[in-house]
Design a protein. Sequence first.
Length: 377
Amino acid sequence: MNVKKIISSFLAIIMICSVFAVSASAASYSTVRKGSKGSDVKTLQTMLNSIDNAGLAVDGIFGSGTQAAVKKFQKANGLSVDGIVGAKTWAALTDKYSSGSGLKIAAGNYNPVSIMQGKSYSVNGKITSTKKITSVTVGVYKTDGTATSVVKTVYPNVTSYDITRVDTSLKFGTLAAGTYYFVVKATDTSCTKTLVNNKFTVVGDAVKAFKAKALGNWAPPVKKTGFYKVTSGGRYFGASRDGGKRAHAGMDIHYKNGSGKGVAVYAMESGKVVEYIANFYGGMQAIAVQHADGSVARYCEISTKLRKGSKVTKGQQIATIAKSNIGGSTMLHLEIYLGTASGSFTNKSNTTYDYVPKKVYSRRRDIIDPKFVLDLI
Ligand SMILES: [Zn+2]
């Protein structure tokens, strides 16, 4: 490639081409400023990302990053630099955003804001141009601009291309926790344009990390073997209760024919008793032990001498499995909380759960599936 060609292709890459049209007029947007939330803020962020490559998360929250991008736009366009998007700034934004007729991308699924580590994200959105689109690059870049392995480039040579077609190539689930940019770049026979450049985060799998740590450190809650399998069926976490009206919030370490009564229960980890319930169910007791990392093990349907405020040491016997005064089996009903919420563990009005499928557990939002504990026994 000769020098002239290098320069011209470089110019093509940095060239800010015409941006895509929006149907709404400036008059249809409300005045937004720092602290504003909602769809108009999302529109604003989309426009700033497209016009100025602002790299904002399209989350509909007008924070300091959005404010800085607004001020930069206002300064560059001779508007009063107040960071408030009123009629004049909207008009200028809409004008810039809709000028020209080149490459554009229609509304679609390309605004990830927060993805849980290991989870996938599906992309779609139709790129069009009046000229033939020669290449499209869709993918995830680090904050320093380097590409991750989640990037795909195709050479469609058509005037309309839907990024759904590269979706299966983009393995979002392989990204490590961190901050990234989701980028869509397209080149047609006249120029290259960054159509999408949105900041997003991959949130680490807190539960996975917690379980790995617990499995390396905790002691088993019972030593007596011979309990029923609790990995499935009615004794398992999430199983139906009250004819489907609620879900089982714990896992039952459940012995045959009442033989669980008196089986010793041990503290899986050192900590402090933060809750004592004299009658958890059928006259049986329960205690919740909070550990140094904030996580909580709630040992239920037991008989214990411990009370709120008692300190326990890992491996210490803290209780025995009790027998209900209303019949039924003998078991240790075990609940685990990650410690990322506060308040009562039993919470009948809570409908939000951070780490388990949405069901009526009537528990605090940071409850997790305690199945991993079986691997300690
Ligand atoms: Zn239970």
